[in-house]
Design a protein around this ligand. Structure first.
Ligand code: AMP
Length: 395
C-alpha cells in the first residue's frame, strides 16, 4: 500500500480527492467540520514537504450547476481548519482552471468547484478524468466516504498516475482500522449491529460471521429475529419477508460457533413519541399496540458483559430510537460499555451514519479507538467487497 508517507511532495502539485460533502445550514454555514478536519493531515503533509495542494470534492447531489451546492460556501471553513488561506477556483476542468493551477506557487492550496456539476464525474467519464488529471503531478485519494464509487475523481483518474498515486492519511487509517477488526487476532472479536432494518445489513452479517466470536443484534432489526423464533412483538418494526432469512442467519452462526446475543427485554411504548407511555416487557411478549423502541435493563446488562469481555469491537447501528431522548438510554449505555472496554485496551471501531451521529451526540468520539467517516463505504468493506477507490490505487 503506497501512502503519502512513502514519498516527498517537494515541488509537486498534489491533486487530492477529499470528501468535503459536509452538511450546510440555511445560511450555508458548515454545521459539522469532521470531514474537513479528517483531511487536514494529508494537506499539511504535502505543504510541509514543500508542495502545493489542489483539492477536489463533491457536495450533495446537484442536478447540473446549482449555486447552493457550490463549494465556495465552505472555503472559509477549510482555511480556518487547516490554518492556510485556501483559494477557490469556480470550475474544476478547462483552460481557466489549468492556467490558475499553472500559476500556483508551492505552499498554496486551491479548491476546485463541485465535481458533480459535471455529470461526467458520476459517470466515470474517461475524458473528464483525463482533464482533471492534467492538473496535478501526483494523485492522492483521501475520500473514504466515496471510495465505494467508481467515479471519475475517485477511481478512473488513478490510471493517469501509474507511478505517483497514493493513499491519503485518512483513507489509509480507515482501511487499517477495518482490517484490524476483520483480521484480528485480538479475541474475542465482537460485532454489534443495530439500526432499523435487517435487510440493509444482511450481507454484512453473513460476511462477518466468519470473522467474529460474538454478535450482538439489537435495535429495530432484532424484532425480525424475535418474531422468526416465535415471539410476539406487538407493533414493533419488523420485516416479515425476512423471517426465514433471520432463522438461517441464526443457524449459520451456530454452525460457525458465533455466539448471538439478542435483547431479552425492551422499553416498549404505546406511541412513537417522546411523551408516549412506556413499559418494560420481555422482548418476545410485547402486547398488541405496543412497540419496542429501546433496549430494556436486562438486555443492557447482558450486552455490557459481552462488550467489556471483548478485545476487538465493531459497532454499527443504534440499540434504539436514540433520536428521541426517552429511547436513547440503550444506545448511551452501549457507548459507555464500549468506552470502558476501550479504556482497558480493547480496539473499538464505530462506523455507519447513525452510530456515528449517536457517538458524537453523546460525547463518545474520544472514548473509542476509531470513528469511521464513511457510512456506505465502510459497510461495503464489511461486506467483503473491494472498493473501486481503493483498487485504483493498489493496481
Ligand atoms: P440504520 O440506518 O439501519 O442503522 O438505522 C438507524 C435507525 O434505526 C435510527 O434512526 C433509529 O431510530 C432506528 N431504530 C433503532 N431501533 C429502533 C426500534 N426499536 N424501532 C424503530 N426504529 C429503530
Amino acid at each position: 500500500m503506497k501512502t503519502i508517507y512513502d514519498v516527498s511532495f517537494e515541488n509537486k502539485k498534489a491533486l487530492i480527492r477529499v470528501d468535503f460533502n459536509v452538511p450546510l445550514n440555511e445560511n450555508n454555514d458548515v454545521t459539522d467540520i469532521t470531514r474537513i478536519q479528517a483531511a487536514k493531515p494529508t494537506i499539511i503533509k504535502v505543504l510541509e514537504d514543500g508542495g502545493a495542494v489542489i483539492l477536489m470534492s463533491h457536495l450533495g447531489r446537484p442536478k447540473g450547476i446549482e449555486e447552493k451546492y457550490s463549494l465556495k460556501h465552505i472555503v472559509d471553513t477549510i482555511s480556518e481548519v487547516i490554518g492556510v488561506q485556501v483559494k477557490f477556483i469556480p470550475d474544476c476542468i478547462g483552460e481557466k482552471v489549468e492556467t490558475e493551477v499553472a500559476n500556483m506557487s508551492m505552499g498554496e492550496v486551491v479548491l476546485l468547484e463541485n465535481l458533480r456539476f459535471y455529470p461526467e464525474e458520476k459517470a466515470g467519464d474517461e475524458n473528464f478524468s483525463k482533464q482533471l488529471a492534467k492538473l496535478g503531478d501526483a494523485y492522492i485519494n483521501d475520500a473514504f466516504g466515496t471510495a465505494h464509487r467508481a467515479h471519475a475523481s475517485t477511481a478512473i483518474i488513478a490510471k493517469y498516475f501509474p507511478n505517483n498515486k497514493y493513499f491519503g492519511d485518512l483513507l489509509s487509517k480507515e482501511i487499517q482500522s477495518i482490517k484490524k477488526v476483520l483480521e484480528s487476532n485480538e479475541k474475542p472479536v465482537l460485532a454489534i449491529l443495530g439500526g432499523a432494518k435487517v435487510s440493509s445489513k444482511i450481507t454484512v452479517i453473513e460476511h462477518i460471521l466468519d470473522k467474529v466470536d460474538h454478535l450482538i443484534l439489537g435495535g429495530g432489526m432484532s424484532f425480525t429475529f424475535i418474531k422468526a423464533m416465535g415471539g410476539t412483538i406487538g407493533n414493533s418494526i419488523c420485516e416479515d419477508d425476512k423471517l426465514e432469512l433471520a432463522l438461517s442467519i441464526l443457524e449459520k452462526a451456530k454452525a460457525k460457533n458465533v455466539q448471538i446475543h439478542l435483547p431479552v427485554d425492551v422499553i416498549a411504548a404505546d406511541d412513537f413519541s417522546n411523551t408516549a407511555n412506556t413499559q418494560v416487557y420481555d422482548i418476545n411478549k410485547i402486547p398488541d399496540n405496543w412497540q419496542g423502541l429501546d433496549a430494556g435493563p436486562k438486555s443492557i446488562e447482558n450486552f455490557h458483559k459481552v462488550v467489556v469481555n471483548s478485545k476487538t469491537i465493531l459497532w454499527n447501528g443504534p440499540l434504539g430510537v436514540f433520536e428521541l431522548s426517552s429511547f436513547a438510554n440503550g444506545t448511551i449505555q452501549l457507548g459507555n460499555a464500549i468506552a470502558e472496554a476501550t479504556k482497558n485496551g480493547t480496539f473499538s471501531l464505530v462506523g455507519g451514519g447513525d452510530s456515528v451521529a449517536a457517538v458524537k451526540q453523546f460525547g463518545f468520539t474520544d472514548k473509542v479507538s476509531y470513528v469511521s467517516t464513511g457510512g456506505g463505504a465502510m459497510l461495503e468493506m464489511l461486506e467483503g467487497k473491494t472498493l473501486p477507490g481503493i483498487e485504483a490505487i493498489l493496481n
